[in-house]
Design a protein around this ligand. Structure first.
Ligand SMILES: [Zn+2]
Length: 256
């Protein structure tokens, strides 16, 4: 979500501009049953009204349809050829023209492009949002606590479940739990009120901090995401486990 929030700000540069052409050359990249023809028909001649973010989904509102943009791990958003200054961990920074999966051209020149070497993102037309939970930064402490109480899932899997809380990816989840001192395999409902409060506090702080630093790969635990590494806090050898299908690093000493 940290990267997507940066793209949301980039997308704001397109607000007020009218779309003259929609270029969607890669059918694989069009999700939710939409087609290049449908996108062209719906968006051409429309004016970009604003941008929103829910979790990892960027929404581009127009005076007609809303376009949903997903970036996966390698997607980037450019407006008039430039994006956020930070370079993503997984991208090389060198663009091949064939990586441009989606382009909106504007009436007075300039364009908005999604560049994605690995095609893990996608474009949606009027995406349904019912499957997304509240954005992680919008959650109030009581909401978080109620949502935790409703689930037996391991904390790590719970944080990654976009239907419960939208916007938290693998690296960010590990960093939050490491900072909060919570064991990723504990069931969500096992947190006592103080632990739930601590999770809420560290969730917000961690997102803000890593946003300032430039991405979800800038956490303190990141350097320790290799076999045999030790906890940057206390030097204990870290655990490496698969939880909820994702590689998870945690400290057996201070995460309980
Ligand atoms: Zn530790």
């Amino acid at each position: 979500m940290i990267e997507v929030e940066a793209y949301r700000r980039v997308a704001d540069r397109a607000v007020g501009r009218t779309i003259t052409e929609v270029v969607a050359p890669d059918d694989w990249y069009l999700k939710g049953g939409t087609t290049a023809l449908a996108l062209r028909g719906a968006a051409t001649g429309r004016t970009v009204a604003g941008s929103r973010r829910i979790g990892k989904l960027l929404l581009l509102d127009t005076d007609g349809p809303t376009l949903g943009l997903r970036f996966g791990m390698t997607g980037r958003l450019l407006v008039d050829g430039t994006g956020p200054i930070e370079k993503l961990e997984y991208s090389s920074g060198r663009d091949d023209p064939s990586w441009v999966r989606f382009t909106l051209r504007f009436v007075c020149g300039g364009d908005l492009q999604v560049v994605d070497p690995r095609r893990l993102g996608g474009v949606l037309l009027d995406p349904g949002l019912g499957h997304l939970g509240p954005d992680a930064l919008a959650l109030r402490p009581a909401q978080l606590r109620d949502a935790l109480l409703a689930s037996r899932a391991p904390l790590k899997a719970w944080l990654l479940d976009q239907g419960r809380v939208a916007g938290i990816g693998n690296l960010l989840a590990d960093e939050i739990l490491w900072r909060a001192g919570l064991d990723p395999v504990r069931s969500a409902r096992s947190l006592d009120p103080d632990e739930a409060k601590a999770l809420h506090r560290h969730l917000r702080r961690t997102i803000r901090l890593l946003t300032t630093r430039g991405g979800s790969h800038t956490g303190d635990l990141q350097v320790a995401r290799v076999r045999g590494a030790t906890c940057p806090k206390d030097g204990t050898p870290l655990l490496r486990r698969a939880i909820g299908g994702r590689t998870t690093y945690s400290c057996p000493l201070h995460q309980r």
